[in-house]
Design a protein around this ligand. Structure first.
Ligand SMILES: [Zn+2]
Ligand SMILES: [Zn+2]
Length: 240
């Protein structure tokens, strides 16, 4: 964990709104970007499938440690583990919208700080691999939020960032079910070989995991052996 980076974020947030919670604007502890109540109220994804980070139904939680979900048992993804600290709900969905569609660096910085908190204590990979933006969406929006995040996280972890390439202009994933997404993405990515054995993939929002699964397959072809999938927030659209 780089304290240098941490200070950079904290300084940035303090300059943005000194002494105020980023969510409710109440006064908060010096140096903290948010107040304790807002931090506690965020939609944390603590009880989730350890393999794909799918939020688990609350009824399962009281008596057992999280176990792989049915999808992962039937058809394990090409990555061994997903780490996605938040659910795509409430304040987190709002921040993500501002980050993606308004290119708000303040929202991006908050999301990155939350991701950093979720990754505390996790061993650094030997390289970070970012999901490339869909070329058509890059033209429409002009802001590559995935790259923005990945560059900052790679610098913080002091690991090389490797940008994957899209092999073809895959149609949008929106509206496709799990099987459709997988088929749509088969061999969608290329990663320059050779990769080191331990890598982490980074996306902003993880939906069914099909994109990260396809990227993990490309990383395997390029020599990676231990692959983690990281994202800031997880939807639970994969249920059902
Ligand atoms: Zn607050
Ligand atoms: Zn799972």
């Amino acid at each position: 964990m780089s304290t240098l980076w941490r200070h950079e974020v904290d300084d940035w947030l303090r300059r943005a709104l000194p002494g105020r919670c980023a969510f409710c604007l109440a006064a908060c502890e010096p140096g903290s970007p948010w107040c304790g109540d807002c931090h506690a109220a965020l939609p944390w994804n603590r009880m989730a499938c350890p393999t794909c980070a799918e939020p688990l139904p609350a009824t399962l939680l009281a008596t057992m440690a999280p176990r792989p979900c049915g999808h992962c048992l039937r058809r394990p993804p090409a990555f061994q583990r997903a780490r996605v600290p938040l659910r795509y709900e409430d304040e987190v969905a709002g921040l993500m919208q501002r980050f993606k569609f308004n290119a708000s660096p303040r929202a991006g910085t908050l999301l990155l700080a939350l991701l950093e908190e979720g990754l505390a204590g996790v061993a650094s990979p030997q390289a970070l691999i970012a999901v490339p933006l869909h070329p058509r969406r890059a033209r429409e929006r002009g802001f590559d939020q995935g790259r923005w995040l990945a560059e900052r996280l790679a610098a913080r972890l002091e690991v090389p960032l490797i940008m994957a390439r899209r092999r073809k202009d895959t149609p949008s994933q929106r509206g496709l079910d799990r099987g459709g997404r997988r088929g749509n993405l088969r061999r969608a990515f290329d990663v320059a070989a050779p990769l080191p054995p331990r890598v982490a993939l980074l996306d902003d929002v993880m939906t069914t995991g099909a994109t990260l699964d396809a990227l993990a397959r490309a990383c395997r072809r390029a020599g990676a052996e231990e692959i983690e999938a990281w994202a800031i927030a997880r939807t639970s659209l994969g249920h059902g």
